[in-house]
Design a protein around this ligand. Structure first.
Ligand SMILES: CC(C)(COP(=O)(O)OP(=O)(O)OC[C@H]1O[C@@H](n2cnc3c(N)ncnc32)[C@H](O)[C@@H]1OP(=O)(O)O)[C@@H](O)C(=O)NCCC(=O)NCCS
Length: 168
């Protein structure tokens, strides 16, 4: 398995993978299939990587740096950092047929290790119902520092745990 920076040419294949995952795992949570492209093409993406096996994209992760974000604000309060010293690890997903082979762990470690080069520490939020992802973050020593309950349209609440990466 190879991890490299995502290129513009990878975007279509990544989106196809995420759309398949949305059907299987309901991630991204609480959005329709037609909203997945907009979710994936975030304006806040500062860096992103893909995992490849036999030339096929089997996973993706990004670091986002929005100027304002409730997760970053919660993590800033918990760590004593300012928001501009944190990066949101986001859009982590792995193809269902290669799961439990270490791809998610490798992508998580890779992105978190790149954040300091940007002068930032990686933090993330995760839907409380995404049990595999929560298990991965706990197993990797990320620290849960709080939770958010964000109201969406249609009276739906997005329930999130917020984690910070292990201290360097
Ligand atoms: C979460 C996700 C990225 C994990 O990817 P993965 O490649 O299967 O994870 P790994 O193989 O690297 O797992 C590493 C460790 O995490 C934990 N883990 C991962 N999936 C797990 C599961 N389904 N149940 C329990 N523990 C799990 C285990 O400790 C695992 O180690 P082990 O296999 O030696 O027991 C993948 O399940 C996924 O894409 N889910 C849908 C999208 C999603 O929820 N993204 C997170 C958004 S915040």
């Amino acid at each position: 398995m190879l991890i490299r920076q995502k290129t513009a040419i990878d975007a279509r294949e990544c989106l196809d993978l995420l759309q398949r995952i949305h059907v299987v795992d309901h991630y991204p949570l609480h959005i329709g299939a037609d909203e997945v492209p907009e979710f994936f093409a975030s304006e806040h993406e500062a860096a992103a990587w893909v995992a490849l096996e036999d030339g096929r994209i089997v996973g993706h992760v990004a670091l986002h740096t929005p100027a304002e974000d409730p997760t970053l604000e919660l993590a800033a309060g918990a760590t004593g950092s300012s928001v501009d010293r944190l990066a949101l690890l986001a859009r982590l997903f792995v193809a269902p047929d290669v799961r439990r082979s270490g791809v998610g762990r490798a992508l998580l470690r890779h992105a978190a290790a790149q954040a300091p080069a940007m002068g930032r520490r990686a933090v993330l939020d995760v839907g409380q119902m995404l049990h595999a992802a929560v298990a991965l973050y706990e197993r990797e020593g990320w620290q849960r520092v709080g939770e958010l309950h964000l109201p969406l349209d249609d009276d739906i609440i997005l329930d999130l745990w917020v984690y910070v990466s292990p201290a360097a």
